[in-house]
Design a protein around this ligand. Structure first.
Ligand code: UDP
Length: 249
């Protein structure tokens, strides 16, 4: 059903204007289809925000990865603003919300999840917190994101053997997106998603903005207060993004 909603484009990058629930339905559908036909094309999910869209302008490989993704959700007020300019009814789908909702569905339907990335211990903590919240969640495995290239073959083997239905990758943008494209097919994982700093949020290492900030669409401001080193990066990115969008009409 959800496939019938046409893709939109922001800075020539695709965005699927789905609600959170529709996105989760779509993911669940893919995981279910893979149970019956494991050779189906795997699904990669990207959560697109203004910063990533701007990065993709400079990084052709990242742009190609985003274009190849089966599901791109609008994660960020900038992207939502760009789509609404043309009258699209679009809701923001925050990466953390999508991960939490997918974990809930996985627990309900018996799908297993592998947590890759973050500082040592964080993936495990995030998995534990989600399993607490969604009893029955099958955790296929956890691994930090500071592995060396020499460790990679063993890591790939471990994931392959664990056979998760869903792989969450927290290595930061754009490494996580590129890593997924490079390995997803060989890993045989039906669905994989780059989740940025989500594990840090679930593990309680970084606080999510209070609901008031979320409602006012200023989650980015709260994040800045907590992680001020992001300021320079963000300060130059948002106006540039707005400028690019306006330039393209
Ligand atoms: N990270 C990692 N390995 C690395 C670099 C980063 O596992 O080599 C993790 C980091 O611990 C954090 C996540 O990647 O949990 C995302 O980081 P951040 O939020 O800074 O990235 P963004 O996605 O916002 O660019």
């Amino acid at each position: 059903m959800t496939d019938m909603i046409a893709r939109r484009f922001v800075l020539d990058l695709p965005v699927d204007p789905l609600t959170l629930n529709a996105a989760v339905d779509r993911v669940a559908q893919v995981m279910q289809s893979h149970r019956a036909s494991p050779d189906l094309t795997p699904l990669q999910i990207v959560t697109l925000n203004a910063e990533m869209a701007m990065q993709a302008l400079q990084d052709e490989e990242l742009a190609a990865v985003i274009r190849h993704c089966g599901l791109v959700v609008p994660d960020g007020s900038g992207v939502v603003w760009a789509l609404r300019r043309h009258g699209d009814v679009v809701q923001k789908v925050a990466g953390v919300d999508l991960v939490r909702a997918m974990a809930a569905r996985a627990a309900q339907d018996g799908y297993s999840v592998y947590f890759l990335g973050g500082k040592p211990g964080v993936a495990q903590e995030a998995a534990d917190k989600l399993a607490e919240q969604f009893p029955g969640l099958r955790v296929a495995g956890c691994r930090d994101g500071y592995f060396q290239p020499a460790d990679e073959p063993a890591l790939l083997d471990e994931i392959r053997t664990a056979r998760p239905d869903l792989l969450l990758v927290a290595l930061g943008v754009p490494r996580q997106e590129k890593w997924i494209v490079q390995h997803q097919k060989a890993l045989g994982v039906p669905v994989a998603m780059g989740v940025g700093g989500s594990f840090d949020v679930f593990a309680g290492r970084v606080k999510r903005a209070p609901v008031g900030f979320q409602r006012l669409h200023i989650e980015w401001l709260y994040r800045l207060i907590q992680e001020p080193w992001r300021f320079q990066r963000m300060q130059s990115t948002l106006p540039a993004f707005v400028g690019e969008v306006l330039k393209r009409g």
